[in-house]
Design a protein around this ligand. Sequence first.
Ligand SMILES: C[S@@+](CC[C@H](N)C(=O)[O-])C[C@H]1O[C@@H](n2cnc3c(N)ncnc32)[C@H](O)[C@@H]1O
Length: 225
Amino acid sequence: MAEVDLAVDPAVAERVFGDRLPLARRYAEHLVTSGVERGLIGPREAPRIWDRHVLNCAVVAELLPEGARLVDVGSGAGLPGIPLALARPDLQVALVEPLARRVDWLDEVVADLGLDVRVDRGRVEDPAVRRRWEGADVVTARAVAPLHRLAGWALPLLRTGGRLLAVKGASAADEVARDAVAVRRLGGGDAEIVRCGTGTVDPPTTVVVVERVRGTGRPARRDRR
Ligand SMILES: C[S@@+](CC[C@H](N)C(=O)[O-])C[C@H]1O[C@@H](n2cnc3c(N)ncnc32)[C@H](O)[C@@H]1O
C-alpha cells in the first residue's frame, strides 16, 4: 500500500478531540491501512482522511445535546459515528450496518480503540433493528440514501423532538426542496440546512436537520403510553 501522510494540524485536531486525539489518530490509521485493504474506504481517500472524513464528521458534534443516544445508520467504516464517539465521550453511540465484512471491521476497531460503542448488524428498516434503537435522540447518516428514504428510516427511530442529522454534499438544498412534502408526511418538521465546523474544516460540513415533530404511524416506544 502507498505510504500515506497522516499529518493533521495538531491545534485543529486537539480542539475537536481534546485528550482523545491519540485515539482519533489511531482510528485514522485503521482507516488508511486495514480500512483500505478490506475495501471499507477507497484508496484515493487515504491522503485526505482527516479533512474529508475524520474531522468532517467529528464537527457534527456541535449539533449534539449532552448525553444523547445516537444511532449512526449505514455506518460503513464508522462514519460519522466513530469520530463523534471519539469527540464526545458523553454520547451513547450505536452503529447500524448490514454488511458482515464491514461489521467485522467495525467490531475490531471499536475493540482496539476501547470505545463504549455498540455495533449492530442489520438494515435500519428491519423491525428487530428498529425495536433495539427506537427512542433515540439523534440519528446520523452520511452518504447512505436520499433524504426522503432516510426520513422514512430515521424518524421511526427517534423520540418526538429527536433529530435526524443527514450529512450531505452539494445536493442538500435540492433534496430539501424535493423531499419536503414526503418528510412532513413521515412525521418530520421543516428540514433545515446547517453548516458545522466553520474554521475547522474547509469547506464546512453540510448537515440537513429534520426534527421528528409527531408520530410516524408506528409510535416510538417512549411515546407509546
Ligand atoms: C456509501 S456507504 C457510506 C458509509 C459511511 N456512512 C460513510 O460516510 O463513509 C453506505 C452504507 O450504508 C449501508 N446501508 C445501505 N442500506 C442500508 C440500510 N437499509 N440500513 C443500514 N445501512 C445501510 C451500506 O452497507 C454502506 O455501508
